[in-house]
Design a binder for this molecule. Sequence first.
Ligand SMILES: [Zn+2]
Length: 232
Amino acid sequence: MSSPTDLPPSVRRIVDEIENEIGESDVAADDIAGRADRSAAAPDNGRVEAAVEEILREIGEDPERDGLVGTPERVHRMYTELTAGYHVDPERLMNGAVFDVRYSEMVVVKDIPFYSLCEHHLLPFFGTAAVAYIPRGRVIGLSKIPRVVEMYARRLQVQERLTQQVADFLQTRLEPQGVGVVIEATHLCAVMRGIRKPGTIMTTSAVLGLFRTRDRTRAEFFAHLDRPAPGA
Ligand SMILES: [Zn+2]
């Protein structure tokens, strides 16, 4: 059976950072040993390296030349790190950060930066996320919301699904009165290929509960997004 220690250290570190608050990691390290159900990263069997070498050859490069000798290994490590989100345990991420609070106004966290990989081209798309919800007796620690975004961004994605997954996660975990997520991103596969339109930004949104059914709520959310952040 695979154990969490099978993850390469660089990936383990990223997963820990997403799951834990700063300063919590010692506690986390203690109970890592007790967990045997964490999925391991791709085995280190050299197949990714071989495949990258094959790509280099197919595009007319010489994988043996100085600059490329270490490339297959670097690419393998990079993709494992950029897809570390698959190994994040949502239970550990949420652990102890849901609080019973009698607060039923909108909570908005915006300008959350993220980097993801488009699953169609394996090229980056990146931008910012804004997440809002209206609690129904339960709130989540503020610092957790960017981690939820990070957990889903560090996977192969399409922007629409990333947006929906963040919304669904909060809806399921907090059972709030509603959730709204807006993501704005630049896709390198769009700006680097074909007709160059640098600056093209794609916007996606997912609205659940009151954010879907009540115009006033949706309008309040979008008004928050238009407002520049303090100090911006
Ligand atoms: Zn793409």
